[in-house]
Design a protein around this ligand. Structure first.
Ligand code: HEC
Length: 167
């Protein structure tokens, strides 16, 4: 807790500066803690999303959006009786967990930090998309390069959200 407080106060001038909000840096009155954390959180979300749009969304669009985002293409076997129901169910489940239709932070039943941690796990354990779909070649697994990008992005984003400067 102590390190968190220290790192937050180290981060604050940076955050304010990054926003060009200079008047605050000149006041000596400490800003209330809730304001501090929501300001730095917002700026962390913003910077995480910028990286997301640049590096990660193109990957997710190819490999994850079929279930976690806007569904555009169903696999040919979608028409097979029983399969359709299974796929519909999984898409519902997938979105319940994490809906990537919009920007980061995603619509989710978890916190943004928890989502990043799950995404990091996905990159490490390679468990998305679910195996049964790979058989039909609807979606391919992440390549090593994509996994690396996802890992780097989620790692850096987790640090940003934890209020640690990572340069
Ligand atoms: C074919 C459908 C499908 C695709 C494609 C898919 N997912 Fe999922 N995903 C699911 C389902 C279903 C769940 C919820 C149940 C589960 O964990 O199996 C889920 C859950 C998740 C979770 C939450 C896990 C948790 O512990 O809460 C994450 C994170 C995730 N997916 C990331 C991804 C990423 C990243 C991709 C692309 C590389 C992807 N998924 C592609 C179906 C899919």
């Amino acid at each position: 807790m102590k390190t968190l407080t220290i790192s937050l106060s180290l981060l604050l001038p940076f955050v304010l500066f990054a926003h060009g909000d200079k008047e605050h840096t000149e006041t000596s009155t400490p800003i209330q803690e809730t304001q501090t954390s929501s300001a730095s959180k917002l700026s962390a979300y913003k910077s995480i999303n910028t990286e997301y749009l640049k590096k990660i969304q193109p990957i997710f669009e190819k490999k994850c959006f079929d279930c976690h985002g806007k569904v555009k293409n169903f696999p040919w076997y979608y028409v097979v009786p029983g399969v359709k129901q299974m796929i519909d169910y999984d898409i519902k489940e997938a979105k319940k967990h994490i809906d990537m239709s919009g920007n980061f932070p995603f619509i989710s039943h978890e916190s943004p930090l928890q989502d990043l941690q799950s995404l990091k796990e996905v990159a490490i354990e390679n468990d998305m998309p679910p195996f049964r779909y790979l058989l039909g070649h609807w979606d391919a697994k992440l390549t090593d390069e994509e996994k690396q990008l996802l890992l780097e992005w989620s790692d850096q984003s987790i640090l940003k959200l934890k209020g640690v400067r990572h340069e």
